[in-house]
Design a protein around this ligand. Structure first.
Ligand code: PMV
Length: 331
């Protein structure tokens, strides 16, 4: 049989989570060191459809948000969109090194890797919009209604600004991605994004529901939250393009304050944010769905990121990742 492969990576939301559900923009970055790799092997013989799925590499098999239901839908949809007429006899194996339930995009990355592996195995060229739709088919099953930011960010090669279903990659080079620019100016500072896991799995679905209820009771709270986050995210995108690392950091911390106010942070995450700031980080916040999950903290260089990592570990982080942001400036 023919073997197809596909890969995708994790993501972190920098600003705008939750507000993006109500039409605000959000900013996300790819996390290239967290990968999902899929292999799709077509079986020989000429029986009918025979589709199997396995997901390996997951550290917590008891987690129930395994996206296998979504992946089943994805195959059905793939057959239609890719106009496959022959029987689908295929084994799909996804090796996922992205922790689940931490807002790091594991379900979207698994789905994206599977779509690309299927397309490769069946010799189909899918355009970006079709890949996005197929990943969303799976995401909508796994998460209810997903905004689509994960479906895009898990395939992005640069920071991405996303609003109302439409994403645009910013012209900022990031280390470890396909678009990494050659370092022509080694004098530029190297910002690092520290991602720290609180060790608590947060349900994005529960968090979105919590806010829906609160916002129904108080539309004014919703309008204020959405308009403040909108201004912060738009300003932060400009800071990123202009290389204003201190301003960018301050917007992260302000967005954290707004998310904490509406109730989706946790005590441990708040302590981790304070610990990062105390270690000199220009800005830190909860990231993703919340009610647990991860926090992110900006560091101006490697040395600062090491200090931030030590500090958030003391505050309860169970593991950390350092994502090089490249030169913190656009072109
Ligand atoms: O997938 P997560 O946990 O990073 O969070 C998704 C972001 C939300 O805005 C909370 C929901 C969404 O669909 O955009």
């Amino acid at each position: 049989g023919r073997l197809g492969t596909g890969r995708a990576h994790g993501k972190a939301i920098l600003l705008g989570e939750h507000a993006v559900v109500y039409g605000a923009p959000a900013l996300a970055v790819p996390v290239p060191q967290l990968t999902a790799v899929a292999k799709a092997r077509r079986a020989g013989g000429d029986g009918g459809d025979e589709i199997s799925f396995a997901i390996a590499g997951l550290e917590s098999p008891e987690v129930t948000s395994l996206p296998t239901d979504g992946l089943q839908h994805l195959v059905t949809e793939f057959r239609q969109r890719a106009a496959v007429t022959e029987p689908m006899r295929v084994d799909v194996l996804v090796d996922c090194a992205i922790p689940q339930g931490r807002g790091l995009g594991s379900s979207a990355a698994c789905a994206r890797a599977a779509v690309l592996a299927l397309a490769d195995a069946f010799d189909r060229r899918l355009d970006a919009a079709t890949v996005f739709d197929l990943v969303q088919t799976s995401e909508n099953v796994a998460h209810g209604r997903a905004s689509g930011i994960d479906a895009l960010a898990t395939g992005a090669t640069a920071p991405l600004i996303f609003r109302n279903g439409v994403g645009r990659e910013l012209p900022v080079a990031m280390a470890g991605t396909a678009r990494t620019a050659r370092r022509s100016d080694p004098a530029g500072f190297d910002a690092v994004l520290v991602i720290a896991d609180s060790g608590v799995s947060g349900s994005t679905r529960d968090a979105v529901e919590l806010l829906r209820g609160a916002f129904e009771r108080s539309p004014r709270t919703r309008d204020e939250f959405v308009s403040r986050v909108t201004s912060l995210t738009e300003a932060a995108a400009h800071d990123l393009l202009q290389g204003r690392v201190a301003d960018f950091g301050a917007r992260l911390t302000e967005n954290h304050r707004l998310l904490r106010e509406v109730g989706i942070s946790t005590g441990r995450i708040d302590r981790m944010v304070d610990a990062a700031l105390a270690a000199g980080s220009p800005g830190a916040k909860i990231s993703g769905g919340g009610l647990g999950g991860c926090m992110i903290a900006l560091a101006r260089d490697r040395r600062e990121s090491a200090a931030v990592v030590r500090s958030v570990q003391q505050a309860g982080a169970v593991r950390t990742w350092a994502v090089p942001m490249g030169r913190f400036a656009g072109h």
